[in-house]
Design a binder for this molecule. Structure first.
Ligand code: WQD
Length: 336
């Protein structure tokens, strides 16, 4: 079964590519390489021992989508392609609305036109803003996002739900990721943002590798046990496997329209200082850091209730924070 992976050369998309192939699907990648390098394609061919089906282009380019949907009989779509840095979205909101919302609308139009029924959407825990109660469940209110990035994810979820309801044929699932980290055991693929990393783990590993100065800790005055912000870090391979489960579950639904939401996290909250400690325990490497003011758009604490995805999708994260950090470091060493 042909599955289109938009943004499939990216961090989560590439790991999901491997997981889909391992489960008998035929993944096809569309990517404009705006936040990933071409080398990923060769690595995917290496890991999977098979040639990679890819169309190079932008998800906002109608002709590219027409090419994909006519060249392949696509039966499902996993939509990753989006800009994803919270901080950058505060500085450049229009890039985020064009890139994230515009492309989703175009994709939905094409799926309608070509009769493609199954959509898994890469959403994010940022839709919850700062939840009032933790762990956060799928019924927790979607609060006004604190950043344009989070707002684009909220808007895309609503656009997908409403067009699914109106279409009578579309079935969609939004997966609300927490913080994906780590890398494939082969250390051939991993997180490799172009330019200075916005996210904690790639910055931390590049700093320890001597590629960057000391890690900057954005804020130690949060109302948390050690003053640093808490997030739910999940191994990217656990996250990739969640997509396979979600797709299988979606395909099995024969009632249309169908739409649902699932939290995909480890279920554990870890502070920045706890992550640093876990990294040092896992690798024996020292993390040098400096303390800075809070970053605009950041929330204090969020971590997932994963009861619903455990029960309904028969999925659970199995890799620990230390294992994820060990794999992140092995990846960093491989690309030095
Ligand atoms: C984590 C914590 C920072 C960098 C991410 C993704 C977003 C979405 C949700 C998937 C925060 C602190 C960070 C640094 C730091 N994921 N930090 N120094 O902001 O929670 O959002 O998860 O859709 O795409 O960006 O992740 O890694 O940027 O920050 O102190 O150099 O680490 O303040 O508390 P975030 P992050």
């Amino acid at each position: 079964m042909n599955i289109l992976i938009t943004g499939g050369a990216g961090f989560i998309g590439s790991h999901t590519y491997v997981a889909l192939l391992a489960h008998g699907y035929t993944p096809i990648i569309v990517d404009n390489f705006s936040n990933s390098s071409e080398s990923v394609i060769g690595q995917l061919a290496d890991i999977t021992k098979s040639p990679v089906e890819i169309v190079r282009g932008d998800m906002n380019d109608s002709a590219i989508l027409d090419q994909v949907f006519t060249q392949y009989k696509i039966e499902g779509v996993i939509h990753f392609a989006a800009a994803k840095a919270v901080g950058e979205s505060v500085e450049n909101p229009l890039k985020y609305y064009r890139n994230n919302v515009g492309a989703t609308i175009l994709l939905l139009e094409k799926m309608q036109a070509y009769g493609v029924k199954n959509l898994v959407f890469s959403s994010s825990c940022t839709v919850y803003g700062q939840p009032e109660t933790l762990p956060v469940t799928e019924n927790s209110p979607v609060l006004k996002a604190l950043s344009p990035y989070g707002n684009t994810k909220q808007m895309c979820e609503e656009i997908i739900e409403e067009s699914t309801r109106a279409s009578q044929q579309l079935k969609s699932i939004s997966l609300r990721y927490f913080n994906p980290i780590g890398a494939h055991k082969s250390a051939k693929i991993g997180e490799l943002p172009l330019g200075p990393p916005a996210n904690l783990i790639p910055y931390l590993t590049q700093s320890v590798a001597g590629l960057r100065g000391p890690l900057q800790i954005w804020g130690t005055d949060y109302p948390t046990p050690d003053g640093t912000a808490i997030r739910d870090y999940i191994h990217v391979c656990d996250l990739a496997e969640a997509h396979v489960k979600a797709l299988a579950y979606l395909i099995k639904q024969n009632e249309a329209p169908f739409y649902d939401y699932f939290n995909i996290g480890s279920g554990e909250g870890s502070s920045v200082l706890q992550v640093i400690q876990a990294f040092e325990n896992a690798t024996g490497k020292k993390v040098n850091y400096e303390i800075r003011e809070r970053r605009a758009g950041d929330i204090t604490s969020v971590y997932a209730s994963t009861e619903k995805s455990n029960k309904v999708l028969d999925w659970k994260a199995t890799r620990s924070l230390e294992e994820s950090l060990k794999d992140a470091w092995a990846w960093q060493e491989a690309i030095l």
